[in-house]
Design a protein around this ligand. Structure first.
Ligand SMILES: [Zn+2]
Ligand SMILES: [Zn+2]
Length: 157
């Protein structure tokens, strides 16, 4: 498969921990099936957390243009903000339901994934009766973002 970002001929097929994926050695981009994406980001975030503090502010940005075509099926790729944010972007193939992670965004994606997961976990533990409305709305919004992302994971399969 050809890299949809930099055009290098051979994406390297392999696994990250147990997760099967294809990687471009040149630009660091990763192509992964949607059903494996959460496991991929879990594993990546765990590895990154051993090296750096992932609980840092992630500023919004515009990101690059979408990659044009899916490397596997040549379907059109659609760009979207991960977890409904404009902090990091993924490309999704509308035909075979696979994802493209740009190499330079992968760390940020993992950080956002880890931060959201960690906040939800700590919030669940520290949830109190006197939680105010604003906090409850925020919690609900984050939950729905996660649910959407998890639901979407199952969608095409
Ligand atoms: Zn590449
Ligand atoms: Zn495709």
């Amino acid at each position: 498969m050809r890299c949809p970002r930099c055009g290098t001929d051979d994406l390297v097929q392999g696994r990250y921990h147990k997760v099967p994926l294809s990687r471009c050695d040149k630009c660091g981009g990763v192509y992964v099936e949607i059903k494996h994406n959460v496991h991929f980001l879990d594993a990546l975030a765990k590895d990154l957390a051993a090296e750096v503090n992932l609980d840092t502010e992630i500023p919004p940005h515009e990101g690059q243009d979408a990659v044009a075509l899916c490397p596997r099926c040549s379907g059109a790729m659609e760009r979207f903000g991960y977890l409904g944010t404009n902090r990091v972007y993924l490309d999704r193939c509308g035909r075979c339901m696979a994802l493209w992670h740009d190499g330079d965004e992968l760390g940020t994606t993992a950080a956002l994934h880890a931060r959201t997961t960690m906040r939800l976990q700590s919030r669940a533990v520290s949830r109190r009766e006197d939680e105010d409305d604003q906090e409850r709305r925020l919690h609900s919004m984050m939950m729905s973002r996660i649910a959407m992302s998890r639901g979407f994971t199952m969608g095409g399969f």
